[in-house]
Design a protein around this ligand. Sequence first.
Ligand code: TRP
Length: 339
Amino acid sequence: MQHSSATRRVILTGDRTTGPLHLGHYVGSLKNRVTLQTTHQQYLLLADAQALTDNAHNPGRVRDHVLEIATDYLAVGIDPSLTTICVQSHLPALADLTLLYMNYVTVARLERNPTIKDEIQARGFGRDIPAGFLCYPIAQAADITGFKATIVPVGDDQAPMIEQTNEVVRRINRQAGVDVLPEARALIPRIGRLPGIDGKGKMSKSQGNAIPLSATVDEIRESVRRMFTDPNHIKASDPGRVEGNVVFTYLDAFDEDHVAVEDLKARYIRGGLGDSLVKKRLEDVLQALLAPIRDRRRALARDPGHVLQVVKRGTARARVITDVTLREVRTALGLFTLN
Ligand code: TRP
């Protein structure tokens, strides 16, 4: 059922603009967003300011992926008449809210955020943590509250960010003596993080184990061919394992015919089913999924002005909304105003 835009619940989600979107993003999030846009007021944030918090040495990469990811959105079926696509760094109210919220969050609390802890490790910052990086959960609280979003579809690693956002919300509301900001909840997808094609950790461009949404027919074929299966399943007649077998994980995620997949699994476990047959099925599924996305991407590439227009319009709309929130928060806190 379609709700009128006035009563629709507000969803915000964002992507750091550091690389093209891949199949992991698709199952984890993009597919949901295409559905949610018909029932909710949805905002998609091209998080270029957040991307810079661990890419300060590479601003060009952050810049180039703003329109790249916007193109990915449109290619998978995000409809700009239903979803507002906007650029974080061009919403000054979000930066203002961040600065304001920083006074309501302690450094110790930021250092305790488990995702931040993991990411500091993974990025090898050691003691040289950029202040912007440590504070990005505060900026994310600004993103979420700036739009008064109550639903935030994200991967499970982002749950601590929503928790911290809600702490900020409660601090501000308590200080203001009025509920000026709503709390938000994370919407975690049913399917956890998709593993990379090498079976080592989650799919990630930096690990070189990703299948981008823009992959060509040959790249898809090659990725499936190289995909990690069961190293002990040597002959087709050997009994095989489906746990940790990336081909089956992907079939679970992408093949709509669950009965057929369960049947394949049973045959594989029993022995008598070769990897090449299972891979052929997965390749067909992925080719069918990505062909229309690639076609739309190609059509969009012929008209780059269109993507730019969508992003400009969306950002202008988002600016109005986030400016209102900033004004409300400042007023609720009783801060100085000139008008
Ligand atoms: N931190 C998110 C990620 O790495 C991206 C993001 C930025 C985001 N701002 C957001 C997600 C606001 C949800 C809401 O995936």
